[in-house]
Design a binder for this molecule. Sequence first.
Ligand code: TRP
Length: 474
Amino acid sequence: MRIYISNSKSESENTFNSHNLDGLTMQREQWGSRFGFIMAAAGSAVGLGNVWKFPYLAGSEGGSAFLIIYIAFMATIGIGLMMAEIAIGRSSQLNPVGAFRKLGGAAWSWAGGLGVLTAIIILSYYSVIGGWTIAYFVDTITGATFGGSAESLGSQFGALVSDTTRPLIYDIIFLGLTLAVVIAGVSAGIEKAVKVLMPLLFLMLIVLVARSVTLDGASAGIDFLMKPKWAEVDMGTVSAALGQAFFSLSLGMGALITYGSYLDKKTNIRSSAAWVCFLDTFVAVLAGFLVLPAVFAFGFDPSAGPGLTFITLPAVFSDMWGGQLFQAFFFFMLFVAAITSSISLVSIPVSYFTEQFRMSRVGATLTVGVIVFLLSIPCSLSLGIWSGHTLFGYGVLDLLSNTVDWYLLPIGGVAVSVLVGWVAYDKIAAELTNQGELPFPMLIVWKWIMRVVAPVAIAWVLIGPLWERLAAAA
Ligand code: TRP
């Protein structure tokens, strides 16, 4: 049995608590501080979704009308599920598979297994995109990808992603950095890294926003984002808001179960979850203020996805005074957003392999790395030499990413809410109040959000668009 030891002397006394796993007493590693935990969870939540999806979605789906709906979901289902996942992890002191089994019985193991599988699938394309952020950072500094028209930047982006070897080399670098942090351990690796990286991300973001909103013509972008356009709001808007809130908080796949399992018993789960939701929303809104004013000021059209961050924004930076420096900042920030998410993704299968198969941390992390890298090869090549091979009309990367967003994450979310609402309610409610120590007057509200509101709303997002998609795929 492996015993995890923190490197930090000052923390080593009380950062452990023993628990019993299969009859063996095991020392479980813990976060050194509440701040470290919040930064790690916020690092997981703040990712590419905040930067390339949220600004466009908010602007095109009703502006501040969308924002109000989005925040309403964040404050109810979002925070509720986040508290639930953290409490599942802390109560069970286990990886997602073990946690579901412990709380719900063997019949629930599949839900944790689904999370582990989803993490590996997300990683296989997240690491490819993470690699692009490094490539762009390097190419911005050398000047190779800086300046030029949107067309020429578009073909440069096309040349990078469709290349056979270059994206895979950057993929290995991105994965290698992720694995190195995870191997170093929960408090000595992950926590140390996020405590530096996340504040740095906030700082870079604020600098970039200040640059963007002071451009001539910035107000058109601010209007696009902030004007309430209730006429554009329909059921599609509501389901897009819930889907985005869900994805953005990294819910439904055991990331927060895993991180929650390293949380000490005294920390207030509710206020920590509220902080993470707040920071995630704050970054998404700030990303809107970064992206849209700049895009509008230089007369480009906003879009969602890689085109926005890898083509439109570089075109904007080209026209901007000090553009090269700001572009370097931007891609470094995007890299930080991506790697702190990918660290949390790797942690999920690593906790599963170390606990259920008694692998060493190094062995488990390297195993995950090899599996993910092998899967990322077809993802990357699907944009290049394998672009002719599609299934249901999608290349490998799009197919995997849509399967995750549309099916795997919502199914995971329904599983979490049903487990805590109906099966293990008492245990999780006790965990949320630290066994009765903390008052929680809204407990009854949380209970019914978990029992009814969350599963119904998520099922609706899951099933609603199904027919359209099946028709489109056929
Ligand atoms: N929240 C991340 C983003 O906004 C994406 C994501 C979804 C994720 N599920 C996750 C990241 C689980 C880490 C772990 O880009």
